[in-house]
Ligand binder design. Sequence first.
Ligand code: PEP
Length: 250
Amino acid sequence: MMDRSLIFAANWKMNLGPTEARRYAERFLSLTSPIKSRSLWFFPPAVSLGALCEATRGRADLRIGMQNVHWEPKGAFTGETSIPMAMEAGAGAILAGHSERRQLFGETDEYVARKTKAALNLGVTPLVCVGETLGERDGGRTESVIVRQLTPVVDALEPAEWNRVVLAYEPVWAIGTGKNATPDDAAQIHELIRMELGRNGVAVRVPILYGGSVNSGNVLSLLARPQLDGVLVGGASLDPEGWAELVGLS
Ligand code: PEP
């Protein structure tokens, strides 16, 4: 079915410490081989990043990233990790604007833009997440919320920088709830995002992943939509067998 390039991104959230990450890697690598049209991204907890990078060295189809970074290179920011430090430990990507960071830790649209710009300046790929809550969706505000979330990023980036950005549409009501958006819903919002970028002079086709309760049972119907360039997955990426099966389905 797939003749396009797909990204399968695993967000481990606050799961799998360094020892578990090494064990996971060993099992996952034994179950998968590189495929040209598929990249496998992992966002482990910060403390597991180094272990996962070491354990997966040599697999060029894998990219390991940080779930959260600060945009400043160093300084008095207790509890934060800078992008250069993350890169030294092996990170090649960062997540920005995940709904849990936005909702639980006060990550604003402005912070998301700063992190995205800093990542691009330093040469790591930002995976920028946008998405509406259930209340916003029910209130007919999906489009305005997504435009609001995108605007500071659009303002911060040169149009040409977008060829190094990946986006994820993650409706908040679908994350960790078992309720995924229908393929139609997802495709429609991906189109809306592309239109919004186009309206702002972004001429490149930015890859957009869908995230929210993706599993082996629904991934194929979602990825059958050409508007989707991959998936960002939390719960279903936590066990190496299940994740290897899911990324092998397409
Ligand atoms: C996520 O963490 O980005 C996510 C989509 O989680 P889940 O797959 O568990 O809904």
